[in-house]
Ligand binder design. Structure first.
Ligand SMILES: NC(=O)c1ccc[n+]([C@@H]2O[C@H](COP(=O)([O-])OP(=O)(O)OC[C@H]3O[C@@H](n4cnc5c(N)ncnc54)[C@H](OP(=O)(O)O)[C@@H]3O)[C@@H](O)[C@H]2O)c1
Length: 362
């Protein structure tokens, strides 16, 4: 058995978009197993924008420790077990981190159902539609926003797994899905594969904008493509002439202001992510707060982990939609643990498209 294992640890707190200097690739001795521990050979791990805030500040979880293995979800294969629930060869999922193998407490691992994985569904779906992003979309629309047939749902970062799953859940429930994304291939995919009703390229809108206001750029890697919230608001109004009932916000900043301008009375805004704010020292914030009074809007943030007790039922439903192809998802599988920092950086420059995973080569 391999006695060494490679892992990416946090070397220093990033100032802006993380780069190679943010992380260190270390080779460490694999420790012997203790009671109730399991050794897992990691097959895939996730590259998640949601981990970025934790690199520089405490959030709903403590700040990521310097020297700690970069946090992420993963799926892998049990290669040694000191717990009777797991045996060699079991496929498991959990918070496995950016590494090629590791020792984990058995209680932190979920055994993937061998009747489903990998025969019926690829194991990577356990990290996408059936993992945290898909569940985020599910609970955002069906629990928090209380989606109803006939409503119009606007979704930012729509080609990501949260956004794309949400748009398709909206369509399945008889609602209209309008997506916002940053490249033409993403727009084409949203319309042709994910079957959104309409899609807006916010960078295209920015290019057409003549005078973006100061402070209205999207932040981070997208800052070369400033967008004026009023110009984007016009594009949203064109795409949603009847207004928006639900806005699922993955982005924040001027996109959120542009959405607010188009909300219908009693509209619901669900804050899932704020990627345009993650790499900023100070948030841009929102400005159109008067509309909350005039149009009786509500805005609610949430952490999907709060719904953990309901995950199994949601995953059964999401798996059904995947099997019937009512939900389709784009995956980007990048081979090689050494590519993780670049893959991560590209999330914030708009160069990712769909669920980004590192495939660990053993
Ligand atoms: N609340 C929760 O419990 C929870 C759980 C999971 C995830 N989340 C959040 O959900 C959001 C979506 O997650 P995901 O995994 O599906 O990721 P994702 O949408 O694939 O995120 C990457 C994409 O974000 C867009 N982006 C990057 N920088 C941007 C900027 N400055 N302005 C506007 N768009 C930008 C880019 O697409 P474009 O080309 O379209 O710009 C990029 O390809 C994230 O913000 C994440 O933090 C929340």
């Amino acid at each position: 058995m391999e006695t060494k294992n490679r892992q990416w640890v946090l070397a220093q707190r990033p100032d802006g978009i993380p780069d190679e200097s943010t992380f260190d690739l270390k080779e460490v001795e694999s420790p012997p197993l203790e009671d109730a521990q399991v050794r897992v050979r990691i097959d895939y791990f996730t590259i998640d924008p949601g981990s970025r805030p934790g690199l520089t500040r405490a959030s709903y979880i403590p700040i990521h420790p310097i020297g700690g293995v970069m946090m992420s979800a993963g799926v892998g294969t049990v290669i040694e077990s000191n717990h009777d629930k797991f045996t060699d060869g079991d496929l498991v999922a959990g918070a496995l981190g950016w590494q090629d193998a590791g020792v984990f407490p058995a209680k932190g691992l979920i055994k993937l159902d061998p009747n489903i994985f990998p025969g019926m569904l690829p194991v990577t779906t356990a990290l996408g539609v059936l993992g945290i992003p898909g569940l985020t979309a599910y609970f955002a629309l069906l629990k928090l926003a209380d989606l109803k047939a006939g409503e119009t749902v606007l979704i930012s970062s729509a080609s990501g797994t949260v956004g794309a799953t949400a748009g398709q859940i909206a369509r399945i429930h008889g609602a209209k899905a309008i997506g916002i994304a940053g490249t033409q291939p993403k727009i084409d995919w949203l319309l042709s594969e994910a079957k959104f009703d309409s899609a807006i390229n916010y960078k295209d809108v920015a290019t057409k904008s003549t005078s973006p206001s100061k402070g209205e750029d999207q932040g981070g890697g997208a800052s070369n493509n400033p967008v004026s919230s009023s110009t984007l608001a016009d594009a949203i109004a064109n795409a949603c002439p009847g207004g928006i009932d639900i806005y699922l916000d993955n982005v924040g900043g001027p996109t959120l202001d542009a959405a607010i301008e188009n909300m219908n009375p009693n509209g619901r805004i669900i804050i899932s992510g704020q990627i345009s704010e993650y790499n900023r020292p100070e948030p841009i914030g929102i400005r159109n707060t008067l509309d909350f009074i005039n149009r009786r809007l509500t805005m609610q943030g949430f952490v999907v982990l709060d719904y953990a007790r309901e995950f199994a039922a949601a995953q059964t439903q999401l798996a059904q939609w995947l099997l019937t192809k009512e939900i389709v998802i784009k995956e980007e599988i990048i081979p090689g643990i050494e590519n993780a920092p670049t893959a991560y950086r590209e999330l914030f420059t708009g160069n990712s498209f769909g669920r980004r995973l590192i495939q660990v080569k053993h």
